[in-house]
Design a protein around this ligand. Structure first.
Ligand code: GLA
Length: 384
């Protein structure tokens, strides 16, 4: 990750002037509660020590220029109610920034032009919410330039809207709300219906270890949207607005009455059980019970693999190896699935041996570039 001084130097070389302000927004790891957010359910994420940083300077006009230390070129656009998307593939990353500007304008925020320089170390497309970190950072930057403020939840909703409507991915609120509202040193029970967050510390003596399988999420958007549509169809068949309002008993009854096709029942079962597991995991955190928490992570992965079917051999292998290693209390895929990262809960004293053992055993099966991150819970987005 480039240093603050390097980002500042990049700003100066790109724009020939100095920045006035800086903002940051972290990525996230979801500890449990997967594919529940768009069902109005519960998640248990934390922000991570990887983030997007933006330096900015206001301009006297309605032009936005944005440059990234990790991407070539400066992307320029005018603030308007219909900002055109990139036609050049190399500039697609800037669509996240454009989408944020457009939703802010639609929400009636009087934006002003600005020059933005950004950098980040959230790995792209690996399930750690690099897009949400960019959206939340971009909204903070655009608001800061305009001298405006919004709450973390408002920023998260705007970021999600930019992704849903402008970029075109039908994601839930998990990623943006984690990035916008993360709490230093704490995981958070997220109620995706009310957007209420209840912090809880991780138990003493355990570390959160993220392992990137190196498998990038091919075709993820279509498969993700298909799972989401399946849940919505399931809710409709069950006569509720969201699966949040369904119990396992209700699912069983609907099955008996022939109201749910076998595949729909299987998908719904994961969501309903995962909501229960997430609340149980929160209770385990509150009780300082890392062993119970780890067991729930294992169960979550099993359902994501067998019922929701969003894992892949790489994720299943990484999880199986992690669990076989000393000191690992639980392991599961994190994020949308189909590739990307796993998250494991590992006893502190075992972490030093866990990391190389996991990497070596995984690479013996899959010769892919593996990255392992041990992370604490970071603070949510804000000023640099
Ligand atoms: C992606 C989406 C989130 C959430 C997860 C699965 O990260 O962006 O909204 O649905 O997948 O839990």
């Amino acid at each position: 990750m480039p240093t603050a001084a390097e980002l500042r130097a990049f700003f100066q070389t790109t724009y020939g002037t100095t920045p006035e302000q800086g903002v940051r927004a972290p990525g996230r790891v979801n500890l449990i509660g997967e594919h529940t957010d768009y069902n109005d359910g519960f998640c248990l994420p934390m922000a991570i020590e990887r983030e997007v940083k933006v330096l900015l300077r206001r301009r006297p006009d309605q032009t936005v220029r944005v440059a990234s230390m990790e991407q070539a070129g400066v992307v320029t656009f005018a603030l308007s109610a219909a900002i055109p998307k990139a036609t050049d593939k190399a500039q697609h990353w800037a669509d996240y920034v454009k989408g944020c500007a457009q939703v802010l304008i639609e929400a009636g925020v009087p934006l002003v032009g600005c020059d933005l320089a950004l950098t980040g170390d959230v790995p792209l497309g690996s399930g750690l919410s690099s897009s949400a970190a960019l959206e939340v950072a971009a909204i903070h930057a655009l608001l800061a330039a305009a001298g405006q403020t919004k709450t973390g939840a408002e920023i998260a909703v705007l970021g999600q809207r930019a992704e849903n409507r402008y970029v075109g991915t039908n994601c839930g609120i998990l990623d943006q709300l984690s990035s916008a509202c993360g709490v230093l040193g704490q995981a958070m029970l997220m109620d995706c219906r009310t957007l209420a967050l209840t912090p809880a510390p991780l138990p003493a003596g355990v570390s959160v270890v993220i392992a990137d399988t190196g498998k990038r999420r091919g075709l993820v958007d279509s498969a993700y949207n298909e799972r989401r549509a399946g849940c919505e169809a399931g809710a409709k068949a069950l006569g509720v607005s969201h699966l949040r309002d369904v119990t396992l008993h209700g699912l069983w009854t609907a099955h008996q009455e022939g109201r749910l096709a076998p595949l729909a029942r299987q998908r719904c079962e994961h969501v309903v059980a995962e909501n229960g597991r997430t609340q149980a995991a929160f209770a385990a955190l509150r009780a300082g019970d890392a062993v119970a928490f780890g067991a729930l992570m294992d169960q979550s992965h099993a359902d994501l693999r067998d019922k929701f079917e969003v894992t892949c051999p790489e994720l299943d292998t990484m999880v199986a190896i992690a669990r076989s290693l000393p000191g690992c209390l639980g392991s599961r895929m994190t994020g949308a699935g189909f590739g990307g990262c796993t998250v494991s809960l590992v006893r502190d004293e075992a972490v030093a041996a866990f990391v190389p053992a996991l990497t070596a055993a995984y690479q013996a099966r899959f010769p892919l570039p593996v990255a392992v991150y041990v992370t604490r819970a970071a603070a949510g987005a804000g000023a640099l």
